[in-house]
Design a protein around this ligand. Structure first.
Ligand code: FPP
Length: 249
């Protein structure tokens, strides 16, 4: 069972993960980078299962950033193939586990085979209610925010949006994550302590958890450890400890 005593009353609704370190994991083993990505898929399965088991409602995974298009084209092609294969292999399992698949990012610039696999898997899993798996694909937070500003500006210039109505909730509603709550916890593996253009608006109050473990070695128990760590923290949202304690009393 779980090595950490998870408090079922303090489960984050939304966990986001920057899955990092696949390349270094493969290199340590004298293998090609794609070997790391292939093994990374097992960790995706572990994190999703662990999240579902404790009642996390949304799991967002940074699977491919806008910047990742700069990688060698062989690695990009192999990653896209892996994504398509994983989606086809796992769709039945997603249904069994009650997982609804969703995406954020410029999915329309992914290879056609990838888009097809995603559309089919989204359709097949659309009625599932236990947990939503949100894959960030060709995603960049600054681009997402720029697109939202563009859309708002157009609506303002066409007289459809009053500039005075622009507030935090409205901005959130123009982002690709409009349907989801902000993550309470962000996990990043592989010892890098950065946000790397991921959900920068949405992470304003998120607890950040960094671990040296490389993504292919990140298993269920590591996910639970991150949740446990999160549960030991006091989330104050700018208030004092006393205010939080009085409110909870
Ligand atoms: C980062 O490691 C990882 C990625 C850019 C890709 C993540 C993809 C997967 C885990 C597989 C496919 C995903 C799904 C959802 C089925 P890196 O290559 O940057 O590692 P490095 O920093 O050690 O080079």
């Amino acid at each position: 069972m779980k090595d950490f005593k998870i408090d079922q009353n303090k489960i984050p609704k939304h966990v986001a993960i920057i899955m990092d370190g696949n390349g270094r994991w493969a290199k340590q083993k004298g293998e090609l980078r794609i070997f790391g990505h292939t093994n990374g898929v097992d960790s995706v399965r572990e994190a999703l299962t662990a999240a579902g088991e404790i009642g996390v409602e949304y799991l967002t995974l940074y699977a491919f950033s806008t910047e990742n298009w700069n990688r060698p084209k062989e690695e990009i092609a192999a990653l896209m193939d892996l994504l398509v294969q994983s989606i086809y292999n796992e769709t039945d399992e997603l249904n069994k586990k009650g997982v609804k698949l969703a995406t954020i990012g410029d999915v329309e610039i992914l290879p056609k085979s990838c888009q097809k696999a995603l559309i089919e898997a989204k359709e097949k899993t659309k009625d599932n209610k236990k947990i939503t798996l949100i894959l960030a694909l060709s995603y960049s937070s600054r681009r997402e925010i720029s697109l939202a500003i563009q859309k708002m500006s157009k609506e303002v210039s066409q007289g459809e949006l009053n500039p005075n109505a622009i507030n935090e909730d409205l901005v959130s509603s123009y982002l690709s994550t409009a349907d989801y709550p902000d993550p309470e916890l962000l996990i990043r593996t592989s010892g890098e302590n950065r946000v790397s253009n991921f959900l920068m608006w949405q992470l304003a109050y998120t607890e950040l958890y960094f671990t040296d473990i490389l993504w292919p070695d990140f298993k269920k128990k590591n996910f639970y450890k991150a949740i446990y760590d999160y549960q030991q923290r006091e989330r104050r949202f700018g208030k004092t400890s006393e205010q939080i304690l009085n409110h909870n009393a």
